[in-house]
Design a protein around this ligand. Sequence first.
Ligand SMILES: O=c1[nH]cnc2c1ncn2[C@@H]1O[C@H](COP(=O)(O)OP(=O)(O)O)[C@@H](O)[C@H]1O
Length: 224
Amino acid sequence: MDEALKFTVDHYFESEVLEKLLSDQHHRKISMEESLRIDRSFRHAAHCFICAPLNKLVLGKYPSHASVLMQLRFDGLLGFPGGIIEREEDIVCGLNRELQEEINLDLGRFMVREADHLISHVNHRHKFVFHFYSLPVTFEEFRAIEKQNLEATDYGNETLGILRVPLYTMKDGYHGLAAFLNQQFVGNAKDQLLYGLAKLKILTPEELSEAIHKSQALKLTKAY
Ligand SMILES: O=c1[nH]cnc2c1ncn2[C@@H]1O[C@H](COP(=O)(O)OP(=O)(O)O)[C@@H](O)[C@H]1O
């Protein structure tokens, strides 16, 4: 594996390197405690990685081990459901409220908890802290969440729809996750996606590394 590529993947696991790497992109890792002490002029936003285990052959031949939900925003960018936390609001309460508004999450059945926190980043340039949480569910629950989404307040205006991230790789080595990584993501949502996949052990570092490599190598090539 070439060194530059290994570095890209490793940075999701080694916080010091992550911090250094992400500082170039204006997103730096920050602990939850530190983020809560940050200057009050910073806004907080929280987004959620909803995922379920799956054992399926896509198109009858490409193995896929999980379902992960993202959404297409009003501006055509891909992101996770969630949003801005109100000034006096608790982060997890604000996230659950946003999930109800954006994807009509049934809060009687599903709730993100503090323990589901995955990672937070601060962007000093935009004075924003971005918190990222997971909501692991069963596949049946994931299907129920997908169906309920159509009745969301924000459906068709703020959010254009939800989608499942393709976690498989087709025969050409590009279509599937690698091609998906070349789409346009809002803020640091792409980093969050890769982090969630690694942290929840949905894909191995080697699989992630391969997808990142292929997405970079084949970006300009149209396979068909
Ligand atoms: O999935 C995401 N990951 C990380 N940041 C995101 C994501 N979606 C939106 N953002 C950023 O979060 C902030 C709040 O945007 P969002 O559209 O979610 O809030 P809202 O729904 O409350 O208007 C913006 O700075 C936006 O760029």
